[in-house]
Ligand binder design. Structure first.
Ligand code: ATP
Length: 434
């Protein structure tokens, strides 16, 4: 039987216990809302990024990749409107001086001073750009901003890309990289952090002459995003698409659809899809000349996806607690493509050199092709529990029969069914499964 209640605490605790994600700067008392990815977390995160890159950049003829610098000339953000407009409404409680985003329900808690509702100031716009000084002199001339989105690096390189990539419109540019926002209220584990990674696409289309010209591309990307979300093992009933009304969209967007995931702390944005019009290229003074010599400013459809929010949604969707033989097992039912370890190899007993040697041989052979883990700690039941918790789809046990018959037990994570497979057939077996 599978229990459906998933709490964020059970995910945080699993992440810490098994080495997916740790609190940042932990031995020095931490640094609020920073998180470090452990040995398994970095594998999971890299799997997501690599699948994204393959799907959206390498497998498509109308896409190229990009990787721009994190720090850019401040003029970029003057032109893009971020220095003026990239802000959230901030309110401060007059009693406890805690600050909140006016548009988020977190502000509805009680005041730490008198346990009554907060008494807020009028909202004022708080700019989210995180700044630092470049060089040894901390003066205003040396202020630079960390990018709040990877997008601008693509826009300001539009001409370089057009001149070198031999692409005609419509075509897109994909980029994966860090972004920074001085969020007023970070929190909910890795959901909202001030440093995060994005996977973004800027898809350039010819100047639309009627709405259906851009709407077709918008809808196509909407479908692509939906398929991608499902490929992460997220089910249809775990997310919703919500159109953002006028007045609530980012300053550059004419239409935005948010893909919202049903997190344990509420339904909130996982990804966004925006029609940025020609806002950015126009402001940067960039244009395009097509093969017929027509000159115009391309418009842009932007699918934007957070890496951390993907990791969190993937973990939540995969997490299950199941009753088995009077016991509860925690199992991450990750899609095979995302699992940090694909196959775990166990010798039945640690102190039998012939078993260990046979297990190591199989392990080294499979490891050439798939991410494998060798484990001879504790009993086999405990090893299965660990592999279930980290989402390993298959475990192989080498026992005394292996030495006699040259076969092994392969155990399936989800069904817990075991079957005997000949050692010589293992490669084919996993070729089909993984
Ligand atoms: P929110 O409304 O939650 O603040 P947003 O609308 O400002 O998000 P976008 O500007 O659309 O977010 O950013 C694109 C994507 O980047 C988001 O869909 C999300 O996946 C990710 N993202 C944005 N801000 C953060 C953050 N502070 N922490 C983690 N991921 C983020």
């Amino acid at each position: 039987m599978t229990k459906t209640t998933k709490s964020i605490d059970s995910i945080i605790s699993l992440c810490k216990r098994r080495g997916f994600i740790f609190p940042g700067s932990e031995i020095y008392g931490g640094l609020a809302n920073t998180w470090d990815y452990g040995p398994l977390g970095v594998e999971l995160k890299n799997n997501i990024k690599q699948l994204w890159w393959k799907r959206f950049v390498q497998d498509r003829d109308d896409m190229v990749g990009f990787d721009s610098a994190l720090l850019m000339n401040t003029k970029v953000y003057e032109a893009s409107g971020h220095l003026k407009e990239f802000s959230d409404p901030l309110v401060e409680c007059k009693k406890c001086h805690e600050r909140f985003r006016e548009d988020q329900e977190e502000k509805n808690g009680s005041c730490s001073k008198d346990k009554k509702p907060h008494d807020f100031t009028e909202a004022k716009q708080f700019n989210l750009m995180l700044k630092t000084f470049l060089g040894p002199v901390e003066d205003d001339k040396n202020i630079v901003y960390f990018r709040p989105e990877t997008a601008q690096g693509i826009f300001v390189n539009f001409k370089n890309i057009i001149d070198t990539a031999r692409k005609k419109l419509p075509f897109g540019v994909g980029q994966i990289g860090d972004a920074f926002r001085n969020e007023i209220t970070p929190g909910n584990f890795i959901f909202r952090t001030r440093e995060f990674e994005q996977m973004e696409i800027e898809y350039f289309i010819p100047e639309p002459t009627k709405d259906s010209d851009w709407q077709g591309h918008f809808e196509a990307w909407r479908g692509e995003m939906q398929d991608w979300i499902k490929s992460l093992g997220i089910k249809d009933d775990e997310f919703e698409q919500v159109e953002i009304p006028d007045g609530e969209r980012a300053h550059y967007s004419k239409k935005t659809i948010d893909f919202e995931y049903k997190y344990p702390f509420g339904q909130k944005e996982l990804y966004g899809l925006a029609y940025r019009t020609n806002f950015d290229l126009k402001n940067h003074g960039l244009d395009y000349t097509d093969t017929e010599g027509n000159k115009y400013i391309p418009h842009v459809i932007e699918p934007s996806m957070g890496v951390g929010r993907s990791v969190l949604a993937v973990l939540l969707s995969a997490y299950n607690e199941e009753e088995t033989e009077g016991d509860t097992r925690v199992v991450l039912k990750l899609p095979n493509s995302l699992a940090p370890v694909k196959i775990a190899v166990f010798p039945l007993m640690k102190n039998k050199p012939t078993l260990v040697a046979a297990a190591l041989e199989i392990y080294h052979e499979l490891k050439k092709r798939w991410a494998c883990e060798f484990d001879d700690n504790g009993n086999v039941g405990k090893r299965y529990r660990r592999q279930d918790e980290i989402g390993t789809p298959y475990c192989i046990t080498i026992d005394f029969d292996t030495l006699e018959n040259a076969d092994v037990t392969v155990r399936d994570r989800d069904t817990m069914k075991q079957e005997r497979i000949k050692i010589t057939e293992l490669q084919d077996y996993f070729n089909n499964k993984l």
